[in-house]
Design a protein around this ligand. Sequence first.
Ligand SMILES: C[S@@+](CC[C@H](N)C(=O)[O-])C[C@H]1O[C@@H](n2cnc3c(N)ncnc32)[C@H](O)[C@@H]1O
Length: 263
Amino acid sequence: MGLGWINVEEYDFNCLLLMERFQIQMMFSRNDEEFKRNIGIALNANPAVKWYLTRRCPERASVIEEISANAPDAKAQDEIRQAEVRILAGAEDWVLYTTPEKMDASCDWIHKWDKSQLFELADFSGKTVLDVGSGSGRLAFAAAEIAQEVYASEPVGTLREYLRGKIKHEGITNMRVVDGLVTELPFSDSMFDIVMSGHVVGDFWDEEIAELTRVCKSGGWLLDCPGYDADYDEGEEKAEDDELVKRGWEALSYDRYRKQIFK
Ligand SMILES: C[S@@+](CC[C@H](N)C(=O)[O-])C[C@H]1O[C@@H](n2cnc3c(N)ncnc32)[C@H](O)[C@@H]1O
């Protein structure tokens, strides 16, 4: 089942031409036959996309060539389009990020969210703040209203451009945008009073939290603030096996978490 954020049928398969190297790496780490069949059909029908993926991510070139060589021969346009749509649906979040202007409108966690949920987690006044995996900047723009300085790190180029455009358009002077993965942040140790994110950690818990902790000052805060979710239960007790709770984070209502760092 898709995420339900966008109708991927409205997207051209060429949107894969906007994928980043780390996204191509992840996409071609999958080892399921259905994915291989569909991407093979779609790439053979879109040789420019195949060319781009193999050049942009040379470490996956041989896998891509092998999938392409083993794909069934599909000639009918509807069969090709069906394979393309299945690939786009399986990468719905990355497809959405190729049209950042749609994020704020399509994603409930952004447009139904109230920024007071962030401000309750820590005192932002006068602080130096990092928003990791900033996306369209939900958390970063809110923090910039109060904090001294906000850095938005974002590994997807289309989203970085969107953030920079919005900063310029709104005349914001205390926010900077940089590239960076949560496991490899381009900052020195102990730079930030607050290191926050939403919908970013969870693929590699140990490495991600170690990196968030590295860039946070002693006495500073790590925050996880996912925004609106129709399914959360405000009073819900967090399970003891919850990954962040296990790692000593405090769980708050609206699925929020925080941890004060001491070094
Ligand atoms: C669902 S969006 C959430 C955006 C924003 N944090 C928010 O809550 O509104 C996930 C974001 O994480 C970014 N992202 C994905 N993988 C990442 C990684 N390994 N390191 C840092 N950011 C990542 C995506 O590019 C995207 O901007």
